[in-house]
Write a protein that binds this ligand. Structure first.
Ligand code: CP
Length: 321
């Protein structure tokens, strides 16, 4: 497996939150905190990536991730290219690697990659030139590390340090790259208790080995938690009937006002988006006072600025020397 860190332990690529040391996870959050001040100013730019070229390579649809990566790169003063894969020369038979090498030949510094196949970002990172960086913007059901880090940042902003917190992740854990990355990040940052709440059909085999407490009954799973994270049913990755019906799923696992009342009164409600109202969450909860769903989107800009600048900081030092 490709090492995403440099020899000194700093970020080279950002492919997964699994196995990342706590100081590095904390440094991402602290760096994002420093960038949140920039975002609040009238001139929202810093020159950290001036002269660098970032290429957004999205082989799968995205609203939040692609646009906040673009905004983050622009706020770091990088030049950003968004490749429309559907109208690229891959439609004329060009292979992924040939496409990559052509984009590299344009002196690109970083690829931000989203792909429907698990492992795609690792594959690309292991084939790019040594000076090029790769950030995983979501690969299949494997990982979505910047989503997990913006979620950690959102939790820390609203609830403080993670050690005393109980966090419940509810829903389609089986197909969720977000849930996997969140679990690794929560455990890496020392969260007090991480629960997964789902029917057996929507949990990976041996999920306990990820360091979580498993609940099938939401009434136990949400009791006294500080943070409720709900997930979309990822039908595009489902093979066969895993649920009796969406109505039944909502009745048993939907984050309704009734279910939310089981959590602590000041619990926050999170969702990585896109949300399906009336399937995994009630509208009154999604738009209610405990929801921080839109804060997550805003925080994505600062966290992605942090990750991009950290991946390229060695290169910046090399250029200055
Ligand atoms: N959370 C997330 O990845 O959303 P998008 O698919 O819109 O990027």
């Amino acid at each position: 497996m490709l090492n995403q860190l440099n020899a000194d332990g700093s970020l080279r690529h950002f492919l997964t939150t699994e196995g990342l040391p706590r100081p590095l996870l904390e440094r991402i959050l602290d760096t994002a905190e420093s960038f949140s001040g920039v975002i609040g100013k009238s001139v929202k730019k810093v020159p950290l990536l001036r002269g660098r070229t970032v290429i957004n390579l999205f082989f799968e649809s995205s609203t939040r991730t692609r646009t906040t990566f673009e905004l983050a790169a622009k706020r770091l003063s990088a030049d950003v290219l968004n490749i429309n894969v559907a109208t690229s020369a891959t439609s004329k038979g060009e292979s992924l690697l040939d496409m990559l090498h052509n984009l590299e030949a344009m002196q690109s510094d970083m690829f931000v990659v989203r792909h429907a196949d698990s492992g795609a970002a690792h594959f690309i990172a292991s084939h790019v030139a040594p000076e090029v960086r790769v950030i995983n913007a979501g690969d299949g059901s494997h990982a979505h590390p910047t989503q997990a880090m913006l979620d950690m940042y959102t939790i820390r902003r609203h609830k403080g340090e993670l050690e005393p917190l109980r966090v419940a992740i509810v829903g389609d854990i089986l197909h969720s790259r977000v849930a996997r990355s969140q679990i690794h990040a929560l455990n890496g940052l020392g969260a007090g208790e991480v629960r997964v709440v789902a029917p057996r059909t929507l949990l990976p085999k041996d999920v306990e080995n990820l360091g979580v407490h498993v609940h099938h009954d939401i009434r136990n799973g949400l009791r006294d938690v500080d943070v409720v994270i709900t997930l979309r049913l990822q039908k595009e990755r489902m093979h066969g009937a895993l649920l009796p019906s969406e109505q039944e799923y909502y009745r048993l696992y939907g984050i309704s006002r009734e279910h939310l009342a089981l959590a602590k009164p000041d619990a926050i409600v999170m969702h990585p988006g896109p949300i399906n109202r009336g399937v995994e969450i009630e509208s009154a909860v999604a738009d209610g006072p405990q929801s921080v769903i839109l804060n997550q989107v805003t925080n994505g800009i600062a966290v992605r600025m942090a990750v991009m600048s950290m991946c390229l900081e060695h290169k910046a030092a090399e250029t200055e020397a």
